[in-house]
Design a binder for this molecule. Sequence first.
Ligand code: ATP
Ligand code: MG
Length: 556
Amino acid sequence: MIETPAPSNFLDTIVREDLESGRVSEVVTRFPPEPNGYLHIGHAKSISVNFGLAERFGGRCNLRFDDTNPLKESQEYIESIQEDVRWLGYQWHGEVKYASSYFGQLYEWARQLVREGKAYVCDLSAEETREYRGTLTEPGRNSPYRDRSVEENLALLEGMKNGEFDEGSRVLRAKIDMASPNMNMRDPTLYRIRKVSHHQTGDDWCIYPTYDFAHGQEDAIEGVSHSVCTLEFEDHRPLYDWLIENLPVPSRPRQYEFGRLNPSYTVTSKRKLKQLVDEGVVSGWDDPRMPTVSGMRRRGFTPASIRRFCDMIGTTRSDGIVDVAMLEHAIRDDLNENAPRAMCVVNPLRVVLANYPEDQVEMLSAGSHPSREDLGQRQLPFARELLIDREDFREEANKKYKRLVLGKRVRLRNAHVIEAVDVERDDQGEVSAVLCEVVSDTLGKDPADGIKPKGVIHWVSAAHGIPVELRLYNRLFQVEAPDRGEEDFHQYLTPDSLRVTTDAVAEPGLAAAEPEQSFQFEREGYFVADRFDHSTEKPVFNKTIGLRDTWQRQGS
Ligand code: ATP
Ligand code: MG
C-alpha cells in the first residue's frame, strides 16, 4: 500500500498564514458546482481540495449550487451531485445552499451599484458589445448608454426585472474601465434577461446574475474565507475583488486558484460528457467508462481510491495532464488489499478428469484473501468435469508457457494437480475438451513422484459454476489528450470500449455477491457486481481494472 503524506500544498500555507495573522478566524470553504451535469473526476479533485482544507484546519465546507443559468440546469443534476459528494465520504456544513436563494439580495446590491453610478443598463446587441469591448491589444470603447442617469438606470433595471423587455435587448453592466488590460474589467455584464423558469425559483425571476456578479457575493454572504477555484478564473479575480470592495457585503472572501485536473485518455468537460450521453456513445452519465463519479462508482472504484488519487497528484498552480495510470494504481492498490478472491473462467474449455469418480464432489476450502484472514474462507466444489480458460491450454508449447499442456501437469488453484492426457475435438477440429488425470495426493502438496507442475491455473466445476455476464471495458479514448487538439474528440473514441460476454462461468459462491461488491477474479482482474443490473438470478460483473500495474513511480 502506498503511503499518502498528509496533503500539504500552497493553499495550506496560505490558510495557515491567514489563521496565524488573524486575517481569518475560521476556515470556511465551499464546493460550488453548477447543476448542469454529473460530477466528474475533476470535481472530485475540487471536492477533495475544498473539503480537505476545511477538515485539516477545523473549519467547514458548504455545498452550494451555482444555479444562475437555469437553461442548462436540472433537479436530476442537483440530486446526483449530492449523492456523489456523500458517496465520496464528505458531509457539507448545514443545509445545501443555492445561489438562487440569494437572488433577492443580489438584485438589491445591483440597485446599489446603479445608485452609486457604478452600473448601468446597456442596450447594445451582443454583437455590438463584442465590437465595443476591443481586443487584447486594443482598448474598448465606452458604450453610448454608459452615461444614463441613475434614475433612468433604476427604472430600466426594474423594467428588466418585471419582464418588460425582450431577452437579449438589454443587460446590466458594471461601470469599470473599458481600457483595462484585463478584458473582464471592461464593463462586465452583471445581469441578463432570460425568460425561463428556474428549478428553484420558478417564474419569480426573468433576469439572472452572471457568474461574476453572483459568485463572490455568495461567498461573502456565506462567510467563505477562502474561495478556491480553478486557474481559468485567475483573470476574473480583479473583478471578484472589485465587487467585494464596492458592495456592502458582510464578509471579505478571497479567491485562490489551482490547476485543473486533466487525466490522460479522457475528457473532463461537462459539455463534452453530456454530448457523449446525448449521442448514445455511452449508456448514460453513470456508464462505467465515464470519468464521472457515478460512472467510476459503477466501474468499481471506491471512494477511498478516488480520494487517495486526489491526494497523490497534489494541488498545484499548473494545468498539466495527469497519467490516468495513477488513478488505476490507486484503485488496484485498494482492491488488492480489500477485495476477496474468486475464480471465474472467462472463456471456458471443458476438462474431464478421467480417473475421478463420476458422482464424487469434494468441497475444498480456500482463503478469500492471501493475507486477510478476516475475509474468511470460501467453499469450492471439485468434481469430474471442470472448466478452465481456453487460454490456459495448449496442445504444444515451449517452456515459457506455464499452464496446461498436453502430456504435462498444472496445478489447479486451491485444488489438485492434474495432467493432460488427450483432447476431444468438435466437427471443426477445434479442441472441445481436455482429458486429464488427477495426480493423487496433491492437495496442498507437490506430487510424490517429484514431477512438479510448472504453473497454476484457475478453474470452476462445470456442474456447480454459475454463468455470469462480464462487461469488459477499455479506455473510452485512444489518445492521451483527446480534446486538446484542433480535431473533434469523437474521432479518438475507442471502437470496442465495451465488450460483453455471457460465456463466463464463476465459482458458485458469487451468486451471493451483493451489487457493488468487488472481487479479484484470480488471474483475470478486479470486477464489481453491477450496481443496477446484478442479481443472484442474473449475475453481472463489470471489470474495474486488470491486475498489472502500469504506473511507473518516479525513480523506480
Ligand atoms: P466543466 O468544465 O466540466 O463544465 P465547470 O468548471 O464548469 O466544469 P462547475 O460545476 O462550475 O464545473 O465546477 C464546480 C467546481 O469544480 C469549480 O470550482 C471548478 O473550478 C471545479 N472543477 C471543475 N472541473 C475541474 C477539474 N477538471 N479539476 C479541478 N477542479 C475542477
Ligand atoms: Mg463552471
